[in-house]
Design a protein around this ligand. Structure first.
Ligand SMILES: Cc1cc2nc3c(=O)[nH]c(=O)nc-3n(C[C@H](O)[C@H](O)[C@H](O)COP(=O)(O)OP(=O)(O)OC[C@H]3O[C@@H](n4cnc5c(N)ncnc54)[C@H](O)[C@@H]3O)c2cc1C
Length: 214
């Protein structure tokens, strides 16, 4: 039987899965799409479709996703056991990208948890002037740390040891904000709303970009 898929929809094989912590893993997929750093794809198994940011560079010949397994989560539980399976993949999607005109500006990337994913893709793809601020609960959730320059990477650990002990919001309140810089926020809605309010006091709205993982 020949399966005819709608435009912008592919079947991609799961090549490998690597656990980073008890609940978080990287999934490696066959690549048959082009994407821009910062974009996401929608993937599906057994009728459950969910969005995931691309974790690697478009220059590589496979796709990587950083996935947090949600307790009793419909897709993330199935995905973890999916090596060798074909997934439905739709995309690439999303506008959380860096415009060519902005590539020389200073960037502050602010993430919680797996929200670090598009920022790893940015720094693996472009030569940027950046600082990344990553909010996590425990030190072992420092996903992708090896891909960032250590002097440009601030871990904000709320329940363990890190460069900064506390939440991302507390760290942002403690630093001087450059109104000329670009600020990219990715992760949970609460962080994005709280940090967004702080930034908006000093930084023009057009310099702030958000991607909410809901
Ligand atoms: C644009 C976009 C990009 C995204 N990129 C990523 C990514 O790169 N990596 C990633 O891990 N996720 C990402 N997400 C979230 C992802 O799409 C799913 O929502 C998530 O993986 C839950 O899937 P699930 O089917 O296993 O859980 P579900 O069966 O949908 O949820 C089970 C229960 O858990 C709750 N829940 C869902 N997500 C969370 C969470 N994060 N924390 C706590 N409780 C939760 C739900 O409210 C529900 O009650 C992204 C979302 C969007 C919109």
């Amino acid at each position: 039987m020949i399966l005819i898929l709608p435009q912008n929809q592919n079947m991609n094989k799961v090549l490998d899965i690597k656990d980073l912590t008890d609940s978080t893993y990287v999934i490696y997929l066959e690549k048959n799409i082009d994407f821009k750093p910062g974009q996401y794809i929608t993937i599906g198994i057994d009728g459950y479709m969910r969005e995931y940011s691309l974790y690697n560079s478009p220059e590589e010949n496979h796709l990587e996703l950083l996935v947090k397994q949600i307790q009793n989560g419909k897709l993330t539980t199935r995905l973890r056991k999916s090596i060798g399976q074909e997934l439905i993949v739709m995309g690439p999607l999303g506008e959380f990208i860096i415009e060519e005109n902005d590539l020389n500006k200073p960037f502050t990337f602010i993430a919680t948890g797996t929200g670090i994913s598009p920022f790893r893709s940015f720094v693996k793809s472009y030569d940027l002037d950046y600082q990344v601020i990553h909010g996590i609960r425990y030190a072992n959730e420092n996903y992708g740390i090896e891909s960032f320059d250590s002097d440009k990477h601030i871990l904000c650990v709320s329940r363990g040891e890190g460069k900064f002990k506390g939440r991302v919001t507390d760290y942002i309140k403690s630093i001087k904000l450059n109104p000329e810089g670009m600020y990219y926020l990715c992760g949970n809605a609460e962080m994005i709303s709280e940090v967004g309010e702080i930034l908006e006091e000093k930084v023009p709205l057009e310099n702030i970009r958000n991607e909410v993982f809901f």
